[in-house]
Design a protein around this ligand. Structure first.
Ligand code: PRX
Length: 635
């Protein structure tokens, strides 16, 4: 059923130590979970009380028009008031909010006071450029503090942001700008990655050429390379910062709880990526609660979520919820093993990082260099570890646990999605762990594993993962396409309003969840989410390619790797040189993460009678497996 790497399931338990249990913010799971499922609204109302509202909500959940659920309706809030403003009148004002290290080794730090100043200046500039409440601003930046300031500034003035991951290229950026109809683009000249400067503004220029909606482009100077600026459209951020309009206080806009906070594009099964919509109120409550409970965040913590802020992990757990919880956030610009494989471990020691949250791909990548590299550093400041994005294989889990955590740090394997806003199935620090299992659902999250018709499968059996009731952090819609939202997520079981996850999973006899992988045409490559359709359309945009199909095959480091099949236009011959050219073409159009590992030239592709490519058949053939039921195959 699932398309991904099978992971050996184990029944051994790793129990947290007494000291971990004693300091945990959440002390008990079973009873509280039961209560939260019986009365989710009471649970979420209690959590919402932890935030500051300009006006309290009238209703916790408005479910009058499913699946268009609304949370905390009538409530007035701004996530920035909770993430920044309210700390300024407390001792947190002078606490470090951000410790940032650039790849070349430059360091910048910001207290909450300084963060507020930076965000306010950016917000004033956006206002001066005509950005208004409800606009969608596209942000395309490397991992520099200004990326965070830009996102927070948009939220402060009530504009929504659409962050496009800095590793994407021209076509991907252009598509997203167009869909969001952004007038303003925030970017940088480049960033550092493996010792080299990337050329973001050049890519932005390419995208803007095709995207007529952009009227203003603001560029942060990071690398100092030569860039082309267009008079009247392009401005340097440092110049704007000197203008009188940038200075002074900026009021935080009062928002409805359900007002849009951001859209974030993610890959789906068909066509173009879809803009997942999240809101100020429910998202703030959900991300703040999950972070505080799962990673046990305290004022004394130095929290490092080593994801890119451009993905949901970064949005929820670098940019918003750590600040709501008043934490110190660590941010690093570059590659984990640059210039040496102990870069991360050195930073943990240097800054006294207490919680590290990263992906299995990053762990496997660093594990490859051996245990001597982390062994050179004192990692004893760590008290908890985390994993996200793909199933973690027990071998990587044990290395992370034993070598990085010194057997003292429980690993929070958090299962969730761009659409869910925050952690859904996850351990708490008090949970006995099984390597490779995301354990149990979070409070208020009602999950099940079912078959095609919605019947719950037996313990240990594989099925489709569903969520049976709404939760505050859930996406509200797909930007500009409410029908697709309904169809894609809520229509799998017609008589039931269940959220269809798109993952295969099993729940074992102890009630532990094991995520197996995607069941649709979505690939997880190094933890990045890509649609086969996107890579295929990048391939056919090359003049020599008539048709293409893309599948994911297991890969030791990346989890999955992309393998492509191409039918060339009549009269053309495949060659190594052309395969290389096509791989480069995809890289140029979409970005390095989408570059196929291999290209196979074929005369035809297996299709159903209705013309749908049977990727399952291609994949089985590539793996030397039985192709299974091909009764619908066109002959
Ligand atoms: O297949 C699941 C996998 O990542 C998908 C969601 O991808 P994305 O929206 O990019 O969000 C990633 C970060 C939240 C899921 O449908 N996935 C995510 N976390 C895990 C996981 N698979 C197994 N274990 C996880 N902990």
């Amino acid at each position: 059923m699932a398309e991904e790497l099978q992971i050996e399931h184990t029944s051994e338990f790793y129990k947290p130590s007494q000291s971990v249990i004693e300091q945990a913010n959440v002390k008990e799971y079973d009873e509280q979970y039961k209560r939260s499922i019986e009365d989710p609204q009471a649970y979420w109302a209690e959590q919402a009380e932890e935030l500051e509202w300009y006006k309290k909500w009238d209703k916790v959940l408005d479910d009058s028009n499913p699946p268009f659920y609304k949370w905390f309706t009538g409530g007035k809030i701004n996530i920035i008031h909770n993430a920044i403003d309210r700390h300024l009148t407390t001792e947190r004002k002078n606490k470090l909010a951000i410790i940032w290290e650039g790849e070349p080794g430059d360091v910048r730090t910001f207290t909450y006071h300084a963060l507020n100043r930076e965000v306010s200046e950016m917000a004033n500039i956006l206002k001066a450029m005509g950005v208004k409440k409800g606009d969608i601003v596209t942000i395309y930046m490397p991992q520099i503090p200004e990326l965070l300031f830009s996102m927070l500034a948009c939220a402060k003035i009530g504009a929504a942001h659409s962050v496009v991951y800095g590793g994407f290229s021209v076509e991907a950026l252009h598509d997203r700008i167009d869909d969001a109809r952004s007038r303003v683009l925030l970017t940088a000249d480049g960033g550092y990655r493996r010792g080299k400067a990337t050329r973001l503004k050049e890519i932005a220029n390419g995208a803007m050429k095709r995207s007529p909606t952009i009227e203003v482009c603001i560029t942060v100077k990071r690398t100092g390379g030569d860039v082309k600026m267009v008079e009247g459209r392009d401005f340097w951020y440092h110049d704007l910062k000197e203008m009188p309009f940038a200075k002074g206080k900026c009021e935080t806009e009062v928002m409805d709880a359900e007002d849009m906070l951001f859209i974030l594009y993610t890959s789906g099964t068909t066509g173009k990526p879809k803009g997942v919509v999240h809101t100020h109120g429910g998202y703030a409550v959900y991300t703040a609660t999950t972070l505080k409970s799962v990673f046990d965040l305290k004022d004394t913590d130095r929290w490092w979520c080593a994801a890119d802020p451009g993905w949901i992990t970064g949005h929820s757990y670098i940019v918003y919820s750590p600040f709501i919880n008043g934490a110190t956030v660590m941010l690093y610009e570059g590659a984990p093993a640059h210039p040496f494989p102990d870069r991360w471990w050195g930073m943990i020691e240097k800054y006294g990082v207490t919680v590290l949250y990263t992906s299995p791909t990053a762990i496997r990548g660093l594990m490859r260099f051996g245990s001597d590299w982390p062994g050179r550093h004192d990692l004893s400041s760590l008290r908890l570890l985390g994993s996200v994005g793909e199933p973690i294989n027990p071998e990587a889990w044990r290395w992370y646990y034993e070598v990085i955590g010194n057997k003292n740090c429980p690993i929070m394997d958090t299962w969730w999605q761009t659409e869910t806003g925050g952690f859904m199935i996850t351990p708490l620090p008090i949970t006995p762990l099984k390597p490779g299992s995301a354990t149990k659902p979070f409070f208020g999250i009602d999950t099940a594993v079912v078959d095609e018709v919605g019947e719950q499968v037996k313990p240990g059996e594989e099925g489709y993962l569903v969520v049976k009731a709404p939760w505050p952090g859930m996406l509200r819609t797909i930007h500009g396409d409410p029908d697709r939202y309904k169809e894609q997520y809520w229509s799998a079981y017609p008589d039931k309003m269940w959220y269809h996850v798109g993952d295969a999973a099993r729940i074992d006899k102890d009630g532990y969840s094991w995520i197996i992988g995607r069941v649709d045409d979505v690939l997880k490559v190094s933890g990045y989410r890509l649609g086969t359709a996107e890579v295929e359309s990048a391939l056919v945009s090359h003049p020599d390619v008539a048709e293409s199909a893309v599948v994911g095959l297991p890969h030791e480091l990346k989890g999955n790797a992309i393998h492509a099949y191409a039918i060339l236009r009549a009269g053309l011959q495949g060659s190594d040189a052309l395969a290389k050219e096509l791989r480069t073409h995809v890289r140029k159009e979409m970005g390095p993460i989408a570059m196929p590992e291999s290209i196979t030239f074929v005369e035809e592709l297996p299709k159903t009678r209705s013309g749908k490519i049977m990727r399952r058949v291609l994949r089985a053939k590539a793996l030397g497996q039985d192709v299974g039921d091909v009764s619908t195959l066109e002959t």
